[in-house]
Design a protein around this ligand. Structure first.
Ligand SMILES: Cc1cc2nc3c(=O)[nH]c(=O)nc-3n(C[C@H](O)[C@H](O)[C@H](O)COP(=O)(O)O)c2cc1C
Length: 269
């Protein structure tokens, strides 16, 4: 089939999803002789309505939150990304625990929005909560696997008509319940980042990178909804933002205790 444009749209507060999307799209672009167009969908200003045509290819990349797509992003994923028989590749990036239902959820969402699936993948990356979970990923081995997947996808896209993708279209299961080290649920919905005021230089990078627009650019205080994405923590060069909620910290320790093994990717072709 004819592809004139590779569009790579990503929600990526701490950059891991973007990194993996760029590896896949770069390799596909080389195979198809096209320079990918990158479309960030992370901050409120970036989240514009987008229409894609039949000769576009959409690579849609999202992180996995609680085993699904980030729930606060769902209305915008559903309402703003519109296809017209557009071939698409759902790409989920998870933090080395599990993708659970997220890839199926993204695949079904795209189909519902007028896209036709060429393939899909759930790929492990570093966990936004801890450098020790998914440490160093994507590494060289991941890169090889991602590039091979992208090349096989590009070859599939050369077929006309595009063969239908077979995957489980049953109802999506519940969100994963984060656990503490003692195995009980970690309740940190209300946790928000705090600030070491002696380190903060009021540059405003935290406010500019918050996907929810929830950090006051004058005071640098977290004032609105926090999805725990860690953009403010990781983008601050002075390490001034931190979380101190005990349930959140216990969940992070639990992840470090149980999820440092090498998680595998799921690839659909
Ligand atoms: C709120 C939240 C929930 C998460 N839930 C999961 C999960 O259920 N499974 C998993 O393996 N990783 C989970 N992660 C890790 C992210 O999927 C992973 O770090 C991803 O690469 C983050 O994307 P980004 O770097 O583009 O922001 C979670 C991260 C956050 C912030």
């Amino acid at each position: 089939m004819e592809i004139n444009r590779i569009c790579v749209l990503y929600f990526s507060p701490t950059g891991g999803t973007e990194k993996i999307a760029r590896i896949v799209a770069g390799a596909m672009g080389q195979r198809l002789g096209l320079e990918p167009e990158y479309i960030p969908f992370t901050t409120p200003q970036q989240r514009q309505e987008r229409h894609f045509g039949p000769a576009d290819l959409l690579v849609m990349a999202s992180p996995v939150y609680a085993g699904r797509l980030p729930n606060k992003l769902m209305p915008e994923y559903k309402e703003k990304l519109l296809g017209e028989g557009t071939p698409a590749v759902p790409l989920c990036v998870f933090g080395n625990r599990s993708c659970d239902e997220a890839l199926r959820e993204l695949a079904l969402l795209l189909e519902g929005n007028g896209f036709r699936l060429a393939g899909g993948a759930a790929f492990p990356g570093r966990h936004a909560f801890s450098d020790r979970v998914g440490e160093g990923r994507p590494d060289g081995e991941d890169r090889r696997q991602l590039e091979e997947f992208a090349q096989r996808l590009a070859d599939k896209l050369a077929q006309d008509p595009l063969p239908p993708l077979d995957f489980d279209r049953s109802e999506i299961g519940p969100y994963y319940t984060p656990l503490k080290t003692d195995g009980t649920p970690a309740k940190f919905l209300k946790a928000r980042p705090l600030t070491h005021w002696d380190k903060c230089c009021r540059c405003g990078v935290c406010a500019r990178s918050c996907p929810m627009g929830s950090i006051d650019p004058e005071t640098m205080d977290a004032v609105g909804l926090c999805i725990k994405c860690q953009a403010c923590v990781r983008k601050c060069t002075r390490r001034a933002k931190f979380f101190q909620d005990p349930d959140f910290l216990s969940h992070v320790t639990m992840l470090e205790e149980h999820y440092t093994r090498r998680a595998e990717a799921t690839l659909w072709l």
